[in-house]
Design a protein around this ligand. Structure first.
Ligand SMILES: [Zn+2]
Ligand SMILES: [Zn+2]
Length: 336
């Protein structure tokens, strides 16, 4: 529960129960702290009452409501931060995070032992069997950071022959690198100034590292691309500086995939008009990618769980927030 700025507490609460007939209750195998949880933690997003936290989850179905047809108790499932019916016109077009019946993916909070998941049939994707323990961090990563990084890479049109720059070296940026590599990008420039994150960036597929930021970072990208800028930028921060860095590092005709939750960003209209840069982003429709991502993980083609560099019991959740806030950890895994 988040009570206010830098005040996270682990406490006993009643177990969630089925509310709607389309709900499922899952017992979480693992959960985690998200970079976006740091916005309210730091007081940037105001907190007026204690709120249950967490929106990234995977685990075993305990119980389903009377209208749930496809998800069954005993299955291991992954869902994302928005629940969606996966049948409306917006979902079938691949934008489940704007579903006409969108709800929070885990309204009771996913930093918990149990969670209620609305619209279970549309939201949850089951693995072929119960996973071995070593796959659980990667399956959990699919719930948000992998799915979000993947959407950013797709939105940025990363692919064969493309040079991709990645702004942001948190878990989403790092997994955007992994996604760009999987999608066949030729060259991937990671913008990072932390040695441990640079190492993981290289492991995930980065070919170049730039430590400069802002206009200097843009100048370095231009130097490396014959003055043109890159074809694709993945923006995984959400600040005015990072967003303008992304747009200015992109060549005319190129694409920015932006998935950092924008805070106080204003894009100068006239500069943007003349940039010829495509912008596409927003809350990632993770559900679109989940079946393919679970398959890649199940078959051990990718190992996105490597972004978890701190594992804590759930009751030490406050230390997970502190470690991420102080950038001592990339991402904290919590075990209920
Ligand atoms: Zn998240
Ligand atoms: Zn829908």
């Amino acid at each position: 529960m988040l009570y206010g700025p830098r005040d996270v507490r682990s406490e006993e609460r009643p177990d969630p129960t089925i509310v709607e007939p389309t709900d499922a209750i899952i017992r979480l195998s693992a959960t985690c702290v998200c970079g976006s949880d740091l916005w309210p933690y730091r007081g940037v997003d105001p907190v007026t009452q204690p709120v249950p936290m967490g929106h990234e989850y995977c685990g075993i179905v305990e119980e389903v409501g009377s209208a749930v047809r496809n998800i069954k108790p005993g299955q291991f499932v992954v869902g994302s931060f928005f629940a969606s019916d996966n049948t409306c016109a917006i979902c079938t077009a691949g934008y489940q995070s704007s579903c006409l019946h969108r709800q929070p993916g885990a309204p009771t909070g996913a930093q918990a032992a149990y969670a209620r998941i609305p619209l279970a049939d549309g939201t949850l994707v089951a693995t072929p069997d119960l996973p071995p323990a070593d796959l659980i961090p990667s399956l959990l990563a699919a719930s948000d950071v992998l799915g979000t990084g993947w959407f950013a890479a797709v939105a940025a049109e990363a692919g064969p022959g493309k040079t991709v720059a990645v702004v942001g070296d948190g878990a989403v940026g790092l997994l955007g690198i992994l996604a760009a590599k999987q999608l066949g990008a030729e060259r991937i420039i990671a913008m990072s100034r932390h040695a441990d994150r640079q190492a993981l960036a290289r492991e995930f597929g980065a070919t170049d590292i730039i430590t400069e930021r802002g206009d200097e970072g843009v100048a370095r990208v231009k130097d490396m691309t014959g003055g043109l800028g890159v074809h694709s930028v993945i923006e995984a921060v959400g600040t005015p500086e990072s967003m303008m860095q992304a747009i200015r590092a992109t060549r005319p005709g190129g694409h920015v995939g932006f998935v950092g939750v924008l805070h106080d960003v204003e894009i100068p209209g006239r500069e943007y008009f003349f940039s010829h840069v495509h912008l596409h982003g927003g809350p990632a429709p993770v559900r679109r990618f989940l079946p393919a991502l679970l398959d890649l993980i199940w078959n051990r083609k990718i190992n996105p769980g490597k972004v978890f560099d701190l594992t804590l019991p759930l009751d030490q959740v406050a230390e997970g927030y502190r470690a991420m806030d102080e950038r001592r950890a990339i991402k904290a895994l919590l075990l209920p």
